[in-house]
Design a protein around this ligand. Structure first.
Ligand code: G3H
Ligand code: 13P
Ligand code: ZN
Ligand code: NA
Length: 283
């Protein structure tokens, strides 16, 4: 069933577990995630990035997400990942998204508050949930020193003020993760997660979660992370399965034969994440 992001994340917040938010770009990916959610009896969030919307088109993404959610036995939210501006958020709401992220992290605090507040007012009026970002979650390619990196981390006092002023439903925080593959092992600032959770008392979101060791994920969840964004790890599972199949069957030209095993491999990867995050059995 199609539900709001808030419905899913409030339960996770109350019961101290996290729900996976997986990036979707085509039918096979949507099916892989939904099959995993049903197999593990887990709530799930399907999310579309800027790249995903550009690749598939908003109408296809919305249609796929809605069909999947409507037929699923588990709660499913359709979410905009890293929404850029007010107009894009409105377009997604019009297409049936039940949750949106407005990413104002490139702005100064006051401007981030202003754009987030504007989105929250309109989205809440039509029952859509809102995620915002405070601090800067970069990519792994960024060539920055430890000091420079820590300067981009979310400040707990600012987070409290941000949540009070915007009335946002969930908050993405910068605590040491980055988008994409890591070169070394990511070091998470666990004390900061704990502090932000205590001071804001709302569902917290971890971006860039592919490549983060299982033990770190578990600890982050125990300290208050309730939504975990995963893209890269699923890309790896999908693409490795395609490579593997084509190596063994170089003459096969049937897209179904090539993508079928990739869908299955991605499903298995999602199942593992759902068990790790603690969302399995929560639907
Ligand atoms: O936000 C991070 C996701 O991995 C999105 O990547 O824009 O290439 O789809 P993408
Ligand atoms: P990863 O690609 O590192 O999993 O990050 C995904 C993400 O944060 C999407 O918003
Ligand atoms: Zn992200
Ligand atoms: Na990552």
């Amino acid at each position: 069933m199609l539900v709001t992001g808030k419905e899913i994340l409030e339960d996770a917040h109350k019961n101290n577990y996290a729900v996976g938010a997986f990036n979707v770009n085509n039918m096979e990916i949507v099916q892989a995630i939904i099959e995993a959610a049903e197999e593990t009896n887990s709530p799930v969030i399907l999310q579309a990035s800027q790249g995903g919307l550009k690749y598939a088109g908003i109408e296809y993404i919305a249609a796929l997400g809605k069909v999947a959610a409507r037929n699923a036995k588990v709660p499913v939210a359709l979410h905009l990942d890293h929404g850029t501006d007010f107009d894009q958020v409105m377009l997604c709401i019009r297409h049936g998204f039940t949750s949106v992220m407005i990413d104002g992290s490139r702005f100064e605090f006051e401007e981030n508050v202003a754009i987030t507040k504007k989105v929250v007012e309109v989205a809440h009026a039509v029952g859509v949930s809102v995620e915002a970002e405070l601090g800067k979650i970069g990519g792994t390619e960024d060539n920055v020193t430890v000091d420079e990196r820590e300067a981009t981390f979310t400040d707990p006092e600012e987070a409290k003020k941000f949540v009070e002023e915007t009335n946002v439903d969930s908050l993405a925080i910068a605590v040491g993760t980055a988008h994409g593959l890591y070169k070394g092992e990511p070091k998470l600032d666990f004390d900061r997660i704990k502090e932000i959770k205590e001071i804001t008392n709302i569902p917290l979101v971890l971006h860039g979660s592919s490549g983060v060791p299982d033990e770190s994920i578990k600890k982050a969840v125990s300290l208050g992370i309730n939504k975990i964004n995963i893209d890269t790890d699923l890309r790896v599972a999908f693409t490795n399965a395609i490579k593997d199949f084509l190596e063994k069957n170089p003459d096969n030209i049937d897209p179904r034969k090539i993508l079928g095993p990739a869908r299955e491999a991605m499903k298995e990867a999602v199942v593992e994440k759902m068990k790790l995050f603690g969302s399995a059995g929560r639907a």
